[in-house]
Design a protein around this ligand. Sequence first.
Ligand code: NAD
Length: 701
Amino acid sequence: MLDFNISNGVAVLRFDNPPVNSFGLEMRGLVMSALARAEADPAVEAVILIGSGKGFSGGADIREFGTPKSYAEPHLLTLLRAIEECSKPVIAAIEGICMGGGLEMALACHYRVAVASARIALPEVKLGLLPGAGGTQRLPRVIGVEAALNMIVSGAPVSAEKLRATPLFDVFSEGDLLPSALDFAHTVSKERRDPRRLRDLSIRMPNAEAYLQFARNTIKAAAGPYPAPLACVEAIAAAVKEPFDKGMKRERELFANLMQTPESAALRHIFQAERAASHIRDVPDSTAPRAINRVGVIGAGTMGGGITMTFINAGLPVVLLETTQDALDRGLAAIRRNYQGALRKGTLDEASLEKRLALITPTLQYERLRDADLVVEAVFERMDVKQQVFEKLDGIAKPGAILATNTSALNLDSIAQFTSRPADVVGLHFFSPANVMRLLEVVRGAKTAKDVLATATTLAKKLGKLAVVSGVCDGFIGNRMVARYGEAAHDLLLAGALPQQIDAALQNFGMVMGPFRMSDLAGLDIGWAVRKRRAAEYPNLDWSNVADVLCAGGRFGQKTGLGWYRYESGSRNAIPDPEVRAIIEKYRAQKGITPRTVGEDEIVERCIYALVNEGARIVEEGIAQRSSDVDMVYLNGYGFPAYRGGPMFYADQAGLIDVARALRRIASSPGADAAFWTPAPLLARLAQEGKTFSEFKGSSS
Ligand code: NAD
């Protein structure tokens, strides 16, 4: 964890705590004692702190946040004070990452030697916090208020090179870092330089108050529901106005307050949940993925086009197969068109675009898929078409090639059976638009091989996607849940609410889009086709929906200019339509429903708790590995607000006992579908035990 060496009168403390040399309790204790040892040793004239692996340090150990370990001594603040007060010069030698508590430690050192490419950041704001170990007090003293404020409020990394003009770094190392740091340490000790403490610098900024007020105004407008960015400004204001120790106290208070906010709790949950998602329970992290260098995509429609863009954006060549030249040409034209936005914005130039497009080999011949390491099928959502495609693929694809389907809801195990190699078959469920949406549901069939799953999660990272593993069920995690959400919204419509009222309530809750606007965007015909198929499969259930009436009248959503709303030509602006109101009123009358007033709270409660209840079933059945995976699906695929952490985390915060009580109340209300609203067994059990979804580690463990 920590190497201690004395080289020519200089103690070198090297952090070796992969992956990012974070400062958990044990590490803090080790650095503290090594520092004391160096200080006590008369042979030591100076101390160097240096990292290894990915760099200096990524900062605090976030797994300790909120646990007694994070408060236990030596606290990071205690350690930093010991460094600052050390009687011998302490030098931070910085390369790679130097972030959060890592940068705060470097700021507490007396000198800093860096390589120009080192990545410097105080990213705490991204977790809804502020740098709580002196970062807001020392950084403005050394790089200036404006530059520090930009770094602290954005959390974005900058290269050491960018800060060359400031006194932050005493020396830039041109060659190997340690020899440069040792040279510098010897100079400092030879010249008997005193330890230089950033706390002693004063901030001179004549117009500071006006600048801070300007910053407050702009940041307030941009911060939305998050309190952290403004708290960062307040901490920096204290650095400007107060003596160092008072500023430190203010920083601590602000940090402690932010730690208690639901927004920070949600962001910290997301941080950990994203990392957890890539671990598949019975697939060891050491499982070697298969090499993916050449990809095939079948179908150049909406999804096939977006999936192709995703691969070529990551530099992977794609053989794109269609049934007709016409469909192929249309698909390629759509791909080119979809890049126009990036060209206009200047994020992509013509030459790079042509280079990317050259990675596509369009074809009508299955033969061309022979060399592909992975083939993703995105043809019509019909089992007979999927069968035809997978049987052909099975005959052509090389041994070991991964055969993936982008199906939204069809049974993956049935699709796998169309091949002689079900272990190589997996679902790669991209979301629309595939080149934009971050979520990738990796659907695991009964026979999918472990290394195929490991390949899917590794590939997702390369594509810039977040992979979440789902078991096989109708709709997988996301669409199965959204169906329940849609049903709850439809019930509210029948009860007396209008689409615009339901959408507004859920948008006020923080959803990017309400269910009716979302449905207009996706196209009402998709759900109509599904209901017709289901009505044929399960004739004794009632599949009817107001949307059937809209569809029968040609209202398919945005693409026809009419859906739950009306759209003016070329505009995505949803305009409430009196005709839709009339259709809903007539539908209610036919069903013998007397409309009642539906309030905003009721809309949010029913729609969100419908999601939670289905999420609980999904977790209990093991379709999702953990409740945080459900949150990741919802946040990255369905526009759930990040500051609420996802539906399951939201329910945990609300208290499962209260969620279960609300569900029971709805279940027993007049006209309610009791089976739909009765709390899922897992939810009921956890509520009774006073536990949370986060504490549930799966049915099998
Ligand atoms: P689409 O109709 O836009 O495109 C399908 C394409 O497949 C068409 O271009 C068609 O010519 C081609 N095709 C049909 N049969 C083929 C065959 N035998 N060989 C080669 N090409 C063939 O459909 P889409 O929206 O892109 O959906 C494709 C798949 O992705 C479906 O399984 C769908 O459920 C799934 N999906 C869709 C979305 C979405 O939002 N549209 C999201 C996730 C997943």
